[in-house]
Design a binder for this molecule. Structure first.
Ligand code: ZN
Length: 276
């Protein structure tokens, strides 16, 4: 089938919308630079995501009656078990996001397997979850990692940016791999609002971000695809940013026939259509 043809979503929806939250906490800063372990100021940016961001996001999702997907590194699950339990109790999906947010390095395939296994172990031990989805830390992955996801029985990956609709990976030996649920930096909060003292960049207004998000949504809606919104509790969890997310959801709801879904629901719906 033509990869560009509109997807037939459940309930004849024109497009699917995934709200995803990468719950990195301090692992974001520790993976960037292990020396940050001695910098409580730097780390506190990640702590905010756990202390304040996640509870406020869960409150918003409850009020909006929406289910979301939280990609959680194993280290974060172990440190913030109560938060991950609350995510699960809220009926949200928990996906794999590495162990300590390790950046995938194609020169070290053994480390990819180790991080994948440690992450699985942590999510099982802390919340008894066997994740169906994986998102690589920091927007990079490898062919080896896609193969590992297949080997470990994941339904989907959400790490690449090559389409606006889901598709199925094909492994090097021709075997069908996981479904890909693509994303893009423009629908990520980090490029606009993640400031770091060692790599400072402008902090954008909500209007700036919403302009891009609304325009992308409207056009993907017209095309008929997947709107994969990627945010982080330590960024979107700031008071005014949460207000922005609420406004964005309200904007999306002015369009008829939009299907809000978790990653596993999108992957399952796409797979059912593939097999029809
Ligand atoms: Zn992350």
């Amino acid at each position: 089938m033509d990869d560009m043809s509109p997807i037939q979503w459940p309930d004849n929806a024109r497009c699917a919308v995934m709200l995803t939250f990468d719950f990195d906490a301090e692992s974001l800063w520790l993976s960037r630079n292990p020396d940050n372990a001695r910098r409580p100021g730097v780390l506190s940016q990640g702590v905010y995501g756990a202390k304040t961001g996640v509870p406020k996001i869960l409150e918003l999702l409850r009020e909006e009656e929406l289910k979301a997907t939280f990609f959680v590194p194993g280290w974060t699950a172990e440190k913030y078990a109560d938060r991950v339990e609350a995510i699960k109790a809220g009926g949200h999906e928990i996906g794999h996001h590495g162990y300590l947010h390790e950046w995938v390095d194609p020169d070290y395939p053994d480390k990819e397997r180790e991080a994948l296994e440690k992450g699985l172990e942590a999510l099982k031990n802390v919340v008894g979850v066997r994740p169906k989805g994986y998102r690589s830390p920091a927007g990079e992955t490898s062919a080896n990692m896609i193969g590992l996801l297949h080997e470990y029985g994941f339904d989907y990956d959400s790490s690449l940016m090559d389409q606006i609709s889901p598709y199925r990976h094909v492994l090097a030996d021709g075997t069908p791999g996981p479904v890909e649920l693509p994303w893009h930096w423009s629908m990520d909060d980090a490029p606009y609002a993640l400031f770091a003292i060692q790599s400072p960049r402008p902090i954008h207004t909500n209007d700036h971000i919403l302009n891009i998000w609304k325009a992308e949504f409207a056009e993907i809606y017209r095309w008929g695809g997947l709107v994969n919104i990627l945010t982080h509790p330590q960024i979107i969890g700031r008071p005014s940013r949460l207000a922005m997310l609420r406004e964005f959801i309200a904007y999306i709801r002015t369009f008829p026939n939009v299907w809000f879904a978790t990653g596993e629901e999108v992957s399952a719906a796409w797979t059912a259509r593939e097999q029809a």
